[in-house]
Design a protein around this ligand. Structure first.
Ligand code: URA
Ligand code: URA
Length: 334
């Protein structure tokens, strides 16, 4: 019975693109002894994708449209700075990198902000000295660990450092990063009140003489992902935003189009995950006929869902962003 359920679960995971699960040796041994099913529960626990809750986010009364429309496609920064208090913490010990299918994070004891900060600093040391991918050790300027509030409620997960991030040692500081910063500010937050990290901590190496950035390879992701998982374990964010396909693949094991996953809630070990477009994709879409207005609007709708779920304030102006049709000619966004 249990074996069947396990097989069914594994088949389900595989159908969603998951290629590896952590199974401890004793479980594996038990599984191979077909006469006696494993005593312990399956190593992998199910992850469910939940349909998005119907929500008023993204809709606004006609009078609200005009209110926000002046700032349309540019993700205007607002000065408002909103946070809700975080939960009450206590000590917790960590024991090695958790797997994506480890128990829900919500079941772990809470850590205090000071404990989280100390744990992240302790983790930073081995990460910045990591030598596991010799080719990336060769090519990188430095490891890009992550940035923000160790006690953040909201975690943004990107793909990998690009050229600018490799130089600065900080995630999302190049052109895509500047757009992400604007999105965060438009949400009434700042880079200091959220946490930002990548699936891969080193810039993927590029063939000599070529410019730009390449996507991480599966084996690079597999090698590096435990670091992100430990960051998530420490930070215990209330929500995660997965930026782009690599983050969706890394966190949810889903290999699919962004259009089919964004805009609704998924789950990573008990933490709600909102996939949305990668800011680099938004920048590329600016070359399209509507200058990326539609994709930016979708991204903003996803961020409104995030704000709602965090019970952070949403102003009429914020609801109105991008509601006006895209500009067709020159002139400023609006
Ligand atoms: N793109 C990413 O995914 N991460 C960065 O840090 C920068 C660009
Ligand atoms: N595909 C991706 O991987 N990311 C996006 O943001 C959009 C399409």
């Amino acid at each position: 019975m249990l074996l069947e359920a396990t097989l069914e679960h594994l088949a389900d995971l595989r159908s969603r693109g998951v290629q590896f699960v952590n199974v401890d040796p004793s479980t594996l041994k038990a599984l191979t002894q077909s006469t006696s099913p494993p005593r312990s529960a399956p190593a992998a626990s199910p992850r469910h994708s939940r349909a998005g809750e119907p929500s008023p986010a993204g809709r606004a009364a006609p009078d609200q449209r005009s209110a926000g429309s002046a700032t349309a496609t540019s993700f205007p920064a607002v000065s408002q700075h909103a946070r809700t208090p975080s939960g009450v913490p206590s000590a917790q010990d960590s024991s090695g990198p958790p797997s994506p299918t480890a128990p829900p994070l919500t079941a772990l004891p809470r850590r205090s902000p000071a404990e989280k900060a100390a744990a992240l600093e302790a983790l930073r040391q081995p990460v910045i000295a990591c030598q596991q991918c010799p080719h990336l050790v060769q090519s990188r300027t430095q490891v890009v660990f992550g940035v923000g509030d160790p006690n953040a409620q909201l975690l943004f997960v990107g793909e990998a450092p690009g050229e600018a991030e490799d130089r600065a040692g900080e995630p999302f500081v190049g052109p895509a990063g500047q757009l992400l910063t604007k999105i965060i500010q438009a949400m009434g937050l700042s880079r200091d009140t959220v946490y930002i990290a990548n699936i891969l901590k080193c810039r993927p190496d590029m063939p000599r003489g070529s410019r730009g950035n390449r996507a991480p390879r599966p084996e690079e992701m597999d090698t590096c992902k435990p670091y992100l998982l430990q960051q998530i374990d420490i930070i215990q964010p209330r929500l995660i935003v997965a930026l782009g396909g690599t983050a969706v693949q890394g966190l949810l094991g889903l290999q699919t189009t962004m259009g089919s996953v964004r805009g609704r809630w998924h789950e990573f070990r008990g933490i709600p995950v909102m996939p949305t477009f990668h800011p680099s994709y938004l920048l590329r879409s600016e070359e399209g006929p509507d200058r990326g207005h539609r994709e930016k609007r979708k991204t903003w709708e996803d961020m409104l869902l995030v704000l709602e779920r965090l019970q952070l304030p949403i102003t009429d102006k914020m609801r109105g962003y991008f509601l006006k049709p895209a500009p067709t000619g020159g002139g400023s966004a609006g």
